[in-house]
Design a protein around this ligand. Sequence first.
Ligand SMILES: Nc1ncnc2c1ncn2[C@@H]1O[C@H](COP(=O)(O)OP(=O)(O)OP(=O)(O)O)[C@@H](O)[C@H]1O
Ligand SMILES: [Mg+2]
Length: 264
Amino acid sequence: MDTQQTPYVVEAEHFAVGYGERTILHDITTKIKRGSVTCICGGSGCGKSTFLRATIGLVPHKGGQVRVLGEDVNALDGEARSAFLARVGFMYQNGGLINSLTVLDNLKIPLMAHTNLKDDVIEELVYHKLAQVQLTHAVHLLPGELSGGMLKRAGFARAMVLEPELVLSDEPSAGLDPVTAADLDALMVRLKEELGMTLIVVTHDLDSIKRIADRIVMLDKGYVKFDGPLDEALQSDLPLVKNFFARASKEGHPGVNSLWQKLN
Ligand SMILES: Nc1ncnc2c1ncn2[C@@H]1O[C@H](COP(=O)(O)OP(=O)(O)OP(=O)(O)O)[C@@H](O)[C@H]1O
Ligand SMILES: [Mg+2]
């Protein structure tokens, strides 16, 4: 099957996953288009991180189906799984870097695992990605020596180092100052527009959502409660959606939108 031609990067149908006896996502049906940014929203503990992890087959499958980049992720193993993972970048909520390795060595891992490039070329690519998240000064530091925001940016740089078709990013702007958050949002939009990347981003930062989202998927208690374009979400009468945006707007960074306009 020519997966490159699949118009949807994620196709979930009545998809259910959980840990042990516990089902966390009960019934997820959604389609995510190639070359779009989808924001996954919802209250703490509703299963957003679980959704991201499940899309790369990291959470035990309990029902329904999910195809990602045309592949049945729960049926992949060995070389097929490795080839699939080279097409997907994953940024964990806490950055997900290996604590005993420097930022440089952490970012080299995907390139060493999935390419045959020479070490000097690999280092050049790592420096280029770190420059995009303003972190070249941190290249020789260990994760324990980074701030929370630096960890996030290093994690995001690692997720995109292979220029994958799909980037899954868990709260990339949480804990960043407004300027850095706006820069990271601008980078995500550029990755979409210039490289045609698809991004799925867990976030509750309304300013960020307004800057980056084409589509909103709102989860509640393991079900999809809203799935539609950003402007529909902002005008929705559904109490859950209205409350989310009312709260998110209070928590957002005042003044960041004027800053965003200056950056563009
Ligand atoms: N590895 C795990 N083993 C068992 N239960 C887990 C595991 N990871 C998450 N859970 C449970 O799954 C539920 C959903 O967690 P998840 O991390 O997906 O929520 P979330 O929406 O990302 O929350 P937050 O906004 O706080 O990050 C929670 O009840 C959590 O306790
Ligand atoms: Mg989470």
